[in-house]
Design a protein around this ligand. Structure first.
Ligand code: SAM
Length: 372
């Protein structure tokens, strides 16, 4: 295996990337950025809007690109976090790169060596290894690498974390590895600097398991994690566009009484569930006077329409109560979001908007009812 030079945690010299064919003149840091293919252009605009020195150097897949910046890593990450991007779903710093051979026994050793040069985990602290293998053909999987590297750091006295909760709430050390064809990239960062607790949407999805009512169930779970929302499960939750009932089930499992609004049928198991009251009508037609502790809305409507419906029921939501809403963005994504925000801001603080791994042509917003 050919190995190029890597730098010790100071990543503001990325000349090692020359070894894998990337010109780095005048550039100080490099990243692998992940976005939804549908939002590729808007993600590109979003990142260049806050850092005009960003250069898209190499597509890795339809949802990952290698970018370089003239800004040093710390400055870039600080600004990015301040901007709170909507369409960039994940960022991995590139601190080392080189070539693999395609033989597990050799590659796992080389990748561990590359990681050893950049990882700086305090003894006894928690860490996670996140590996992605892009474009098949390798006789091993990302998991094989994660297990090997993870065991090595476990044997050094560190604590491997397999819990999304740890990664989200404790800001733990993340060792990131991406193998693209014969090229590997490695990075080391705090989980909060990566914008998302995991780099790999397929892995997030796979975790949801088979007991789901709908794929949407894990979309709500991802939204709660990404927005760091801890639901207390007290009181009544309104679920607009509830069928077949994935979100209603998640909320009922938290302990809420759920008012599930949808003209379509819920999953038969849920129609029998006493925790869920199915209101078989359109959201525009419901007459409610029950105070609400939480509103969720996955109706898949255009943002302006969603904004109006959300505002009409806002008076029922307790002061400071939360709402989680998906906004469908068929085109003009940024403008549509701005229009929706302008409407929603009459009644809510728009806390955050993110393109989640489970979102396709939509984004998910976290709202908080303004206190009167
Ligand atoms: C993406 S699905 C929701 C999936 C759901 N969150 C789950 O977890 O199973 C969108 C739902 O919104 C419903 N819907 C669309 N327009 C609606 C409206 N005006 N009022 C109520 N529900 C609506 C559709 O019938 C559809 O079942």
């Amino acid at each position: 295996m050919e190995k190029t030079e890597t730098k010790d945690s100071n990543i503001d010299d990325i000349s090692f990337l020359e070894g894998v064919g990337i010109e780095t003149n005048g550039k100080a840091s490099a990243y692998l950025v992940t976005f939804t293919p549908y939002f590729r252009n808007v993600a590109r605009r979003e990142i260049t809007d806050f850092d005009s020195s960003i250069k898209f150097e190499r597509p890795i897949s339809d949802s990952i690109a290698l970018v370089t910046s003239a800004k040093p890593n710390e400055e870039f990450i600080e600004e990015m976090k301040k901007e709170s991007p909507i369409f960039i779903k994940h960022i991995m710093p590139i601190m080392g790169a080189g070539e693999i051979e395609g033989i597990l026994d050799k590659d796992k050793v080389s990748l561990l060596e590359a990681v050893d040069q950049i990882a700086n985990i305090k003894t006894g602290s928690k860490f996670a290894v996140q590996c992605r293998v892009i474009s098949g053909g390798l006789p091993y999987s990302a998991k094989d690498i994660e297990v090997y590297v993870g065991e090595a750091y476990y044997n050094k006295g560190n604590i491997p974390s397999f819990s999304d909760r740890d990664i989200i709430n404790e800001d733990i050390d993340i060792i990131s590895i991406l193998v693209h064809g014969k090229t590997y990239y490695v990075g080391f960062s705090k989980s909060s600097d990566n914008l998302n607790f995991h780099s790999d949407e397929h892995r997030i999805r796979a975790r949801a398991g088979k007991r789901e009512i709908s794929r949407a169930e894990s979309k709500l779970i991802e939204a709660l994690s990404t927005f760091k929302v801890e639901l207390d499960g007290h009181g009544t939750a309104l679920d607009l566009g509830a069928a077949p009932g994935g979100w209603s089930k998640v909320l009922a499992d938290y302990g809420y009484k759920v008012l599930a609004v949808d003209p379509a049928a819920l999953h038969p198991d849920l129609e029998q569930d006493s925790r869920i009251i199915h209101m078989k009508s359109k959201a525009q037609d419901i007459q409610l006077d029950e105070p609400l502790d939480l509103i969720v809305n996955d109706m898949n409507m255009d943002p302006q329409e969603t904004g109006k419906i959300m505002n009409d029921i806002a008076h029922l939501l307790k002061d400071g109560g939360l709402a989680i809403v998906t906004l469908k963005l068929p085109d003009h994504a940024q403008r549509s979001i701005e229009e929706a925000v302008a409407i929603l801001e009459k009644e809510y603080e728009v806390v955050k908007i993110r393109s989640l791994f489970h979102n396709r042509q939509e984004v998910t917003a976290l709202l908080q009812r303004k206190t009167k």
